[in-house]
Design a protein around this ligand. Structure first.
Ligand code: FES
Length: 87
């Protein structure tokens, strides 16, 4: 079981290892438009636990470039442990 923490909202969600973070993010107000890693509307900032997220997808690499603390919530999965994010 993994844990996704929304720091500013002081909310936490327990998620299955390997699951998408999309639903939890959507519930917390992250806007999703394309869901394909193209528009960037779902960009989140990872404060802790980046190593517990899936590898950057090609779409994320194209959109985010060298950013190393941002992810596209429609693209990444939580693998294990705790990940703290800011929206
Ligand atoms: S919803 Fe468009 S990049 Fe995630």
């Amino acid at each position: 079981m993994a844990r996704l923490v929304f720091v500013d909202q002081q909310e936490e969600f327990d998620l299955e290892d390997g699951s998408s973070i999309r639903e939890a993010c959507e519930g917390m107000g992250v806007p999703f438009a394309c869901s394909e890693g193209i528009c960037g509307s779902c960009t989140i900032t990872v404060l802790e636990g980046m190593e517990n997220l899936s590898e950057y997808t090609e779409a994320e690499q194209d959109f985010l470039g060298d950013q190393n603390n941002e992810r596209l919530a429609c693209q990444c999965h939580i693998l294990k442990g705790t990940v703290s994010i800011k929206i």
